[in-house]
Design a protein around this ligand. Structure first.
Ligand code: HEC
Length: 304
């Protein structure tokens, strides 16, 4: 089995995606026959490196325990074939995918589960998919590239292994994707685990305490934070976030509060500020968007 490298939407293919946005050639959408709702079989033990780990609010599973789903079980869900240009390698490729809405319907969801959190064990990267996002932006789990499953990855021409799982989105599949500020943060590769989460519970720290009554721009900044920065950073009061960054929220808040200029330069171009920075650049952020982020991170209160 090829080594599973760090995931993230990161540097390896984010720019490629940007450049090839709109490169969808055709959407075949063939739905296979499949079983009943909530029909995915969960295993207690791992049987293959290509099993997907499920955690969180699983019906009938004690909290804190994990379960495994086999690739073949996922392949038996309703799948679609998407023809995309440049998704993994140059030129056109056919992907066999399961839309997260269909996966969601097949999962044994426990009470309160309203969000999927995709995480990558090797580098701690995390992507969040709320039910409204699943419906509006149609994210999909990639099961095959040109008919080949993950045991045959990477496909010829790709110099890293995107497996065991990749989630992606495409403006050709859902036009709403073109409106996202950071589509790359919804395209993690190297995904090993899906958590069935309750959004309010996992992100409570960003909505309570000093973050309960925020200014309008801080509220806007919170959206950017949760959908982008929290892929790698934990939020206020230890609220959920990826663990790729070792900088605490307090460190970020100190930069945001006392050195906004440094903060903005870093967020836009980390490598330009610190050689070897692992953080992904966000060169497209406007001053207003960065001010919104600063307002969120420093908990700018609502005017009375
Ligand atoms: C792909 C993962 C990733 C994402 C996404 C990310 N960061 Fe980071 N960030 C890091 C890492 C890793 C570090 C530690 C320094 C480094 O290697 O860049 C860091 C460090 C920082 C620092 C501190 C720089 C210093 O000098 O210590 C700030 C400020 C920061 N991030 C803000 C943000 C904001 C705001 C966002 C959202 C727009 C964001 N980050 C998104 C990974 C990420």
């Amino acid at each position: 089995m090829p080594e599973v490298r760090c995931c993230s939407s990161l540097n390896p293919f984010l720019p490629r995606f940007r450049a090839l946005r709109g490169g969808v050639l055709a959407l075949l959408c063939l739905t296979a026959a499949w079983g009943a709702h909530g029909a995915l079989a969960l295993q207690r033990e791992r049987t293959s490196p290509y099993d997907l780990i499920l955690t969180g609010r699983l019906a009938g599973v004690p909290g804190g325990e994990k379960r495994y789903v086999r690739w073949s079980e996922l392949r038996a869900l309703p799948t679609s074939k998407l023809k995309l240009a440049g998704e993994f390698v140059k030129g056109e490729q056919e992907l066999t995918v399961v839309f997260l809405t269909d996966l969601w319907a097949a999962l044994p969801r426990g009470a309160g589960a309203d969000t999927l959190l995709a995480t990558c064990a090797s580098d701690g990267y995390a992507s969040v998919y709320r039910e409204s996002f699943m419906a509006g932006c149609r994210p999909f789990l990639v099961l095959e590239i040109n008919g080949q499953g993950p045991e045959k990855w990477p496909p010829p021409g790709l110099d890293y292994n995107p497996g065991p799982y990749v989630i992606s989105i495409s403006p050709g599949v859902a036009p709403a994707v073109a409106q996202l500020i950071d589509p790359g943060h919804k395209k993690p590769w190297g995904v090993t685990t899906l958590e069935l989460a309750n959004f309010d519970e996992r992100y409570r720290g960003s909505f309570s305490g000093r973050w309960a009554a925020l200014s309008a721009r801080a509220v806007a900044g919170r959206e950017i934070w949760i959908n982008s920065c929290a892929s790698c950073h934990r939020g206020p009061a230890g609220t959920f976030g990826g663990t790729k960054s070792d900088r605490t929220f307090e460190v970020l808040a100190a930069y945001a509060g006392y050195n906004a200029d440094y903060f903005k330069r870093y967020v836009r171009n980390p490598q330009g500020v610190m050689a070897g920075a692992k953080m992904e650049p966000h060169p497209h952020y406007t001053d207003a968007e960065l001010d919104a982020l600063i307002a969120f991170i420093t908990a700018e209160p609502k005017q009375r």
